[in-house]
Design a protein around this ligand. Structure first.
Ligand code: PRT
Ligand code: ZN
Length: 287
C-alpha cells in the first residue's frame, strides 16, 4: 500500500457506479482511463481507483488492499467487516424490507414465525429475526428474490425496495422496513498517517459539495425600511452582503439560504417588499 496515494474502491458496474464517479468529479477528481480495467489513476487528487463488485469492497478495505470505498450501507452491514463508515453520501437511497403476498393478512411481526423467508441479505435477516425473537427459516438466494413467493419457494421476502414497483408487479406488499440505506464512504481502521490525511482532504471536499447542494445563493432588492426584517429572514453564513442601488432608498442583498427553508422564506420576503428575487445554485461551499 502506498503512502502518497489514497486507494479507493468503487463499484465496477451497477447502480452505484455512475453516482460514485460523479461525486468524485464534483470533488475535482477525474478518472483517467475509465472503468474498463481493474485499476485507474485519478487526476486532481493523489488517488488510485479499484473497480470491484460492491460485495467485495468491504473485504478489500478490511484487508487494506483499498484504503476506502463507496457502496450501499446495506452491503456494508451485511458483510460485517472490520471497516468504518465515514460519511453518508446521499445517493442510491433505498430500504431493506420484509414483504409478503398482498392477499395475506399481516397481524404483525409474529406472522413470520415458522415461515420461509427468501433473501440476499441472510446476515441482516438473521439479526432482525433474533432481535425480534422470531423463528423463521432463512432461504439465502442471490437474485430475483421477489419471484420466490409466487413460485411457492417462500412465504415472505427480505429485500431492497426503492420505488416499490418490483414488489407491486410480483403481488407483494411491504410490511416491515428494517433498514434505511444509502451509499456511504467507508475506510480501513489502520490507515497510515499520510493516507488518513488524504482521506480527511477528500472528506472535506465531499462535505463542501454536499453543503453546496443543500444551499442556494439568493439575491434580491430590498427597500431601506424593510432591510432589518429581510436580513432576519435570510441571515446567510455570517451575515448578508448589502449594497446600495442607484435608486435611493433601495439596496441589493446577497445571501445563502438552505434548500429546505427556501419556499417558506420566499413568501415572507415578498410580503416584506423584496423585489427581483434571484436564486442560483452553488457549486462548492467552504465554510
Ligand atoms: O454486480 P454488483 O455485485 O457490483 O452489483 P449488485 O447487483 O449487487 O448491486 P446493484 O448495482 O444492483 O445495487 C447496488 C446498491 O444500490 C445496492 O446495494 C443498494 O445499496 C442500492 N440500491 C438502490 C438498490 C436499489 N436502489 C434497488 N432498487 N439495489 C437494488 N435494487 C433492486 C432490488 O434488489 C429489487 O430487486 O431493485 C429492485 C427494487 O426496486 P424497486 O424500485 O422496484 O422497488
Ligand atoms: Zn453486489
Amino acid at each position: 500500500m502506498k503512502n502518497d496515494t489514497l486507494t479507493m474502491a468503487i463499484q465496477k458496474s451497477g447502480r452505484l457506479s455512475e453516482d460514485s464517479v460523479k461525486l468524485l468529479k464534483q470533488c475535482g477528481i477525474r478518472i483517467q482511463n475509465g472503468n474498463n480495467n481493474l485499476k485507474a489513476i485519478a487526476n486532481g487528487f493523489p488517488m488510485e481507483l479499484i473497480f470491484l463488485r460492491d460485495d467485495d469492497i468491504p473485504q478489500y478495505v478490511e484487508d487494506g488492499v483499498a484504503d476506502a470505498g463507496i457502496l450501499g450501507l446495506n452491503e456494508v452491514l451485511e458483510k460485517n467487516k472490520d471497516v468504518e463508515v465515514i460519511q453518508p453520501l446521499g445517493f442510491s437511497r433505498c430500504r431493506l424490507s420484509v414483504a409478503i403476498p398482498r392477499a395475506m393478512d399481516y397481524p404483525g411481526k409474529e406472522f413470520l414465525n415458522g415461515k420461509r423467508i427468501a433473501t440476499s441479505y441472510p446476515v441482516l435477516l438473521d439479526k432482525f429475526l433474533k432481535e425480534n425473537k422470531l423463528n423463521a427459516e432463512i432461504h439465502p438466494i442471490s437474485g430475483s428474490v421477489e419471484v420466490t413467493p409466487g413460485l411457492g419457494l417462500a412465504d415472505a421476502i427480505f429485500e431492497i425496495v426503492s420505488s416499490g414497483g418490483t414488489l407491486l408487479s410480483n403481488g407483494l406488499k411491504e410490511t416491515e422496513t428494517v433498514l434505511k440505506s444509502e451509499a456511504v464512504l467507508i475506510a480501513g481502521k489502520n490507515l497510515s498517517e499520510p493516507v488518513n490525511k488524504l482521506l480527511q482532504q477528500l472528506l472535506f471536499r465531499i462535505r463542501s459539495v454536499q453543503k453546496a447542494a443543500n444551499n442556494k445563493y439568493i439575491l434580491l432588492n430590498a427597500p431601506e425600511e424593510q432591510l432589518d426584517n429581510i436580513i432576519s429572514l435570510i441571515p446567510g453564513i455570517k451575515s448578508p452582503t448589502i449594497m446600495p442601488l442607484a435608486e435611493k432608498g433601495w439596496y441589493s442583498l446577497h445571501s445563502v439560504i438552505s434548500e429546505d427553508d427556501f419556499w417558506g422564506v420566499i413568501d415572507k420576503l415578498k410580503e416584506a417588499g423584496a423585489q427581483g428575487i434571484l436564486v442560483a445554485p452553488i457549486e462548492k461551499m467552504v465554510t
